[in-house]
Design a protein around this ligand. Structure first.
Ligand code: HEC
Ligand code: HEC
Length: 160
């Protein structure tokens, strides 16, 4: 597999896309159903005042209740929605300063390889039924290498 293919196999996985939805509601589980309890994005992506993400989501996974956790658990801003986009569209969007909050390629690589909400995908814990969540299809170290190799090659994005 090429570096780009490996990287995008991760970015299009539900562990990422469930938190990068195109609407105002997070998605859950392997079938990406709408989040239970009517949870919504709210004004600052941290939920409605009465139902904030941090009410339930803590700094780490709670494997007794099945609530996943990591620091600053919140929904990716709507301009960073990936749901329904092709892998090429996602790749273009993460390089677009209008969308990515003015990040340079180096800063984007840093986010992709070190941010806690990203790395959570390889420590996803168990769901409310105690069933382990599926991890992305590429092992973490291999993914990190692929992201760096892709960036070093000039971050090429194929046509299709
Ligand atoms: C719990 C929710 C959550 C999960 C899970 C999550 N993200 Fe995000 N993501 C966010 C939030 C919030 C932001 C905005 C943070 C910021 O811009 O600093 C974000 C921003 C990003 C950005 C910057 C967006 C851009 O357009 O440049 C990238 C890249 C990214 N996430 C990659 C991933 C990848 C890869 C995964 C899965 C391996 C993932 N995320 C999983 C919440 C999440
Ligand atoms: C009332 C408690 C509660 C609130 C509030 C809440 N969540 Fe959750 N969330 C849960 C529980 C419980 C699960 C686990 C469900 C399961 O997997 O069985 C979960 C799972 C998730 C998942 C699924 C991860 C995956 O890949 O399967 C995402 C994404 C998520 N929440 C995001 C959010 C965001 C973003 C907010 C705030 C806007 C939020 N949640 C608010 C309880 C809550």
């Amino acid at each position: 597999m090429e570096a780009f293919d490996k990287m995008m196999a991760v970015l299009t996985h539900k562990r990422c896309v469930n938190c990068h939805p195109s609407g105002d509601r997070p998605r859950q589980g392997e079938d990406s159903h709408y989040h239970n309890f009517g949870v919504q994005r709210g004004e600052n992506n941290h939920g409605l005042p009465a139902l904030r993400c941090q009410t339930c989501h803590q700094q780490e996974n709670n494997n007794f209740s099945g609530v996943p956790g990591a620091p600053e658990w919140s929904l990716a801003p709507i301009r960073m929605a990936w749901e329904g986009l092709s892998r090429v569209e996602i790749a273009r969007s993460i390089l677009d300063p209008e969308i990515n909050g003015g990040r340079t390629l180096e800063e984007t690589v840093h986010h992709l390889t070190e941010h806690e909400l990203v790395l959570w995908a390889w420590e996803p814990g168990v769901d409310a039924n105690g069933v382990p969540r599926e991890k992305p299809p590429v092992p973490k170290e291999e993914y990190i290498k692929a992201v760096k190799a892709w960036a070093e090659a000039g971050a090429p994005i194929p046509e299709e």
